[in-house]
Ligand binder design. Structure first.
Ligand SMILES: Cc1cc2nc3c(=O)[nH]c(=O)nc-3n(C[C@H](O)[C@H](O)[C@H](O)COP(=O)(O)O)c2cc1C
Length: 189
């Protein structure tokens, strides 16, 4: 049997009760046999990007740690809300830091996207914003099925934050299976 793929999830929300963080935590339940999904190291400690800081003190340790985890991963799954129709600022700042590294970690990296939002669109506008950034970074972004969890409050258990939307679980399972195939095709693994 082929080696299991090492896939890491990067969450775009820092909120304790985050639906996106809850979804990312539950992904191992729906991962295919050949994939092992774990949480990426945090971007919480990244300062606001400033090219002067980069040029004087270099890259913060946390940026190097996350970059290294991305380089070592076979694939990356972003699980993130939409803020004001785009990528949440904290996550965008993290991507901006990572993008300036010499051995840019998203280069030719298989990437999948999922989003959960309070509104009905489920983060569609943010996903196209994130895809756009990934084009510049020359990542290989997986296409369909796309995962948009709209009206999140109705789809997660209020106390445990268990994701309980049957149709959503079916799509996520399909996406992860498709992402495994896609990643193996690209890596030859
Ligand atoms: C700054 C900010 C901007 C937001 N903008 C949007 C938006 O553009 N579209 C949307 O559907 N929801 C928007 N929301 C609502 C979020 O979808 C909702 O708070 C969601 O639960 C956040 O994800 P989380 O639970 O993972 O923290 C916004 C929330 C915040 C705090």
């Amino acid at each position: 049997m082929a080696d299991k793929l090492n896939v890491i999830s990067i969450v775009g929300s820092l909120r304790k009760g985050s639906y996106n963080a809850a979804l990312a935590r539950q992904l191992p339940k729906w991962q295919p046999e050949g994939m092992n999904i774990t949480a990426a190291p945090p971007w919480t400690g990244f300062p606001i990007y400033n090219a002067d800081d980069q040029n004087t003190t270099g890259f913060p340790k946390d940026v190097e740690v996350l970059a290294d985890a991305i380089r070592k991963a076979d694939g990356v799954i972003f699980v993130t809300p939409e803020y004001n129709y785009g990528i949440p600022g904290g996550l965008k700042n993290a991507i901006d830091w990572l993008s300036r590294l010499k051995d840019q970690p998203f280069k030719e990296k298989p990437v999948a996207i999922q989003s959960a939002t309070g509104g009905p669109m489920g983060g569609a506008r943010m996903q196209y914003h994130l895809r756009q950034a990934m084009v510049f970074l020359n990542a290989f972004t997986f296409n369909t099925p796309e995962i948009f969890v709209g009206i999140a409050a109705q789809k997660f258990d209020e106390t445990t934050l268990e994701f309980k939307d049957e149709a959503g679980i079916k799509f996520i399972t399909q996406q992860l299976a498709g992402f495994e195939k896609f990643t193996r095709k690209l890596s030859g693994k």
